[in-house]
Design a protein around this ligand. Structure first.
Ligand SMILES: Nc1ncnc2c1ncn2[C@@H]1O[C@H](COP(=O)(O)OP(=O)(O)O)[C@@H](O)[C@H]1O
Ligand SMILES: [Mg+2]
Length: 391
């Protein structure tokens, strides 16, 4: 019997149909001309982000020394840009050290790879929440999407000047033939302080390009491609975050070489932990080969982060205990809890920091979720400070 289903036609037909359907959906949700906007922040939030009292901010505003908030029904709100302005105004007075937390001379741009080869381990969620947290805290952040599936990219809606078909991804800067300057690939987002480099399918071309390059005697020089590309723009940022593809390929290896720190998100499930073990095994065998060839990577830190944690689930508690025993200080103390608030926000293509609390039918759920994400992010922020040698 002859088989009648052509693999090519099957793949091609559904790739086209699916792409069109998803594109229509995305256009309906985010019309191309609709610029995404960050919500406004309440004065309580602003005070908390600046670590000063609301009364103090009111004083500054009354003295005309800071940006004027919008007032509606007696409630003051600030834009993220105004928060930044306020932060800079306060830092000039120098009352609080690091009110402006940007790095200074001698402090190196931190490049953090969020990685694990298991799909669904919260890499993208971890990256976007860390990126938004750091931007709101006043850092200059660049998020680089290294997953051809482009989930992180999609979280920014339609960027006015990005077309995934134009090959406008980091691949353009890391390819061996006529790479473009990295600065050409950077897009501003609707979050003040956060820029992105988008992802697309052409990132996969790096794999064949490296294979070819190695055959032509290129050795391990491919490992330096990501770091060479990021170095060009590192001066403009305090932190560069890389969201990885769920695979351990040349691109991931090159990003691990560029990294100064690594975060490995792991759900506390047997299968995820097992898969993480395999990831480490494979990574270590690659690293060994590379280091024998004279290309080793050194980091300031590498930490596991338990994600999607359910405190009332016994097997997960046991798995977490096991991880704590095995990983010791390399497991972050704070865990990110599983929450419908996070899942909902991500379906709306937003981080929890972007969504209005009032949009959730159960605001308490939101409060608990953001509390656990804030705690993990704060712990990671401390790692940056330690790398910078701050007390
Ligand atoms: N803390 C969380 N609570 C609930 N759902 C989550 C949480 N973090 C991630 N998810 C969900 O898990 C899925 C995978 O997350 P994602 O960040 O895309 O993982 P990865 O990038 O590793 O593939 C997504 O559907 C996301 O909505
Ligand atoms: Mg992802």
């Amino acid at each position: 019997m002859t088989r009648h289903l052509s693999s090519f036609e099957f793949m091609q037909s559904f790739s086209t149909k699916l792409e069109t359907a998803l594109q229509n959906l995305s256009i309906a949700q985010y019309p191309p001309d609709a610029r995404r906007e960050m919500r406004r922040l309440s004065s309580a939030e602003v005070a908390s982000l600046l670590d000063v009292s609301e009364a103090y901010i009111r004083q500054i505003v009354a003295k005309d020394k800071g940006p004027q908030p919008d007032t509606q029904n007696g409630r003051r709100t600030y834009s993220l840009e105004q928060l930044l302005e306020l932060r800079m105004a306060l830092s000039e007075k120098g009352r609080k050290k690091y009110m402006n937390p940007r790095r200074v001379e001698g402090e190196e741009c931190q490049i953090i790879a969020v990685t694990n080869f298991k799909g669904g381990s919260s890499k993208t969620s971890t990256t976007i929440h860390l990126a938004h947290y750091l931007a709101m805290k006043g850092y200059r952040v660049l998020a680089v999407d290294l997953d051809p599936q482009a989930s992180l990219t999609a979280l920014h809606g339609n960027l006015p000047d990005f077309d995934p078909r134009e090959g406008d991804t980091l691949y353009s800067a890391i390819r061996f033939e006529s790479p473009v300057p990295t600065s050409q690939l950077i897009h501003e987002t609707h979050i003040a302080g956060l820029d992105v480099i988008c992802a697309g399918l052409d990132l996969t071309e790096f794999e064949t390009a490296v294979a070819l390059e190695m055959r032509q005697g290129g050795g391990t020089s491919f490992l330096l491609r990501v770091s060479q590309a990021l170095e060009q723009v590192a001066n403009d940022y305090d932190v560069i975050l890389m969201d990885s593809a769920p695979s351990l390929n040349f691109l991931t290896l090159s990003s691990l070489t560029a990294a100064t720190g690594v975060i490995i998100p792991v759900p506390a499930h047997m299968l995820d932990v097992d898969s993480t073990g395999k990831f480490l095994e494979l990574a270590s065998s690659y690293m060994q080969i590379l280091s024998e060839m004279g290309s080793s990577a050194e980091w300031d830190f590498a930490k596991f982060l338990v994600t999607k944690f359910e405190p009332n689930d016994h097997p997960q508690a046991n798995m977490t205990a096991l991880m704590r025993q095995v990983f010791g200080e390399h497991l972050l103390l704070n865990m990110v809890n599983k929450s419908t608030a996070v899942a909902d926000a991500l379906t709306w293509k937003q981080s929890l920091y972007e969504v209005q609390r009032s949009r959730f039918s159960a605001p308490k759920t939101y409060d608990r979720a953001i509390e656990s994400i804030n705690a993990a992010n704060q712990e990671i922020e401390k790692l940056l400070w330690a790398a910078w040698g701050r007390e």
